[in-house]
Design a protein around this ligand. Structure first.
Ligand code: PLP
Length: 397
């Protein structure tokens, strides 16, 4: 890490040092190449895309369009429209049986905005944040933006590809300020048991730190139902979003639930950094919690489960290693080391030669990265079946 007290280099054009730590999503290069091949007339099966293929439900689109028609698209309060904050609190009540004060809910531009607010509120320069490796690539970069140090902790099948309390106990140091987990996880789809999460939050609190729990894939859980960390303790930071379960990626809307004593600080940061989340999107999201919308979303969740139940055995049959059941999200993180030397080369060759796009492990960290790839089942079963047949022919060629 560069020493932040070094005098700035004024000889070249100005670029902040922290930018040197910000990597692109490598899959974007593959996606661009896939689009090029499609423009040349090649058929590509997309199993790399981390967003639902389903359209935003009609009631949500109608509510957004109605609001735009009525006008009044001014800034909302930085913490979000009071009616939407109350609706989210109502969702915690009906879905999880948990009382969350609407005043603790801050509406943000996606989970990305919520992650940025949490990092800005918690991380001082030089502070460490513990993260699972593999994990969502942007997390380490949010920490870097605050001049903090992301500490990637290798996780594998023995801990369900998740951090456990024992990891926090082993890696928590004098500069550690927080641990950030996602359950279900991207890229592995695996969950953290509620008891484990409670222990982790208790441990972080006992060390004067915070536990941040990214619940963006809640609602897309196929073995039972995930419990929100808000049911376990009041002092966790919970991240969520309208992107995945609600099929609203492009609307850029999410939320952060902060412990009461942080709300004022988070509000001040949000006022300055975003002013507010998108007003039409907030009106649209009010329709997300209507019973008819939720019934449609749950039917779509069942379709995701059917896709997983097709793809998982098919990949194992092809020789990919998936030792743990991916319980949620729409990802399968597979060990390809028996089939290929380097997962990036494998993903590239699979795209060029077989017309199947997947995400190489390097997008999710360093641990086991060259031996793993991520499959997203964000396409109907027929497309996944065609993808599996193409991979089979590619491997047997
Ligand atoms: C684990 C995780 N957190 C956060 C995000 C950001 O999502 P958004 O900003 O669309 O809500 C993603 C997106 O893929 C993700 O996988």
């Amino acid at each position: 890490m560069p020493n932040t007290s070094d005098p700035p280099d004024r000889k070249g054009w100005p670029l902040a040092r922290r930018v040197g730590h910000i990597e692109p999503f490598h899959v974007m290069a593959l996606l661009a190449r896939a689009r090029e091949l499609e423009a040349e007339g090649r058929s590509i099966i997309h199993m790399e895309i981390g967003e639902p293929d389903f359209e935003t439900p009609q009631p949500i689109r109608d509510a957004g369009a109605r609001a735009i028609g009525q006008g009044g698209m001014y800034y909302t309060p930085a913490t979000g429209m009071p009616a939407l904050r109350r609706a989210i609190a109502g969702f915690y009540r009906t879905r999880y049986g948990v009382e969350v004060a609407a005043g603790r809910i801050i509406v943000t531009p996606g989970a990305s905005g919520a992650l940025l607010l949490a990092a800005a509120a918690l991380v001082n320069p030089g502070d460490e944040v513990l993260l699972a490796d593999p994990g969502y690539p942007a997390n380490r970069h949010f920490v870097r933006l605050m001049d903090g140090l992301p500490v990637g902790i290798p996780v594998g099948p023995d801990s369900n590809y998740q951090l456990r309390c024992e990891h926090l106990e082993r890696h928590w140091g004098g500069r550690t300020t927080a641990a950030l987990v996602a359950t279900p996880s991207n890229p592995t789809g695996t969950l953290i048991e509620p008891g484990e999460l409670r222990r982790m939050a208790g441990f972080a609190a006992s060390r004067g730190g915070a536990l941040i729990v990214d619940e963006i894939y809640h609602g897309l859980v196929y073995e039972g139902a995930a419990q929100t960390a808000l049911a376990l303790r009041e002092d966790v930071f919970v991240i969520n979003s309208f992107s995945k379960y609600f099929n609203m990626t492009g609307w850029r809307l999410g939320w952060l639930v902060a412990p009461e004593r942080y709300v004022d600080a988070v509000d001040r940061i949000a006022q300055n950094v975003f002013l507010a989340a998108s007003t039409p999107s907030q009106y649209a999201a009010l329709a997300a919690f209507e019973p008819a919308t939720l019934a449609l979303l749950d039917a779509r969740r069942d379709e995701f489960r059917e896709r997983r139940d097709f793809l998982l055995p098919a990949l194992r049959e092809l020789g990919f290693g998936v030792p743990q059941l991916p319980q949620g999200a729409f990802y399968i993180y597979a060990d390809c080391s028996r089939l290929a030397g380097d997962s990036f080369v494998f993903a590239r060759d699979l795209l060029e030669q077989a017309g199947v796009a997947i995400t190489p492990g390097i997008d999710f960290g360093e641990h086991g990265a060259t031996g793993h790839v991520r499959f997203a089942y964000t396409r109907p079963v027929a497309a996944l079946r065609e993808g599996v047949e193409r991979i089979n022919r590619f491997l047997r060629r």
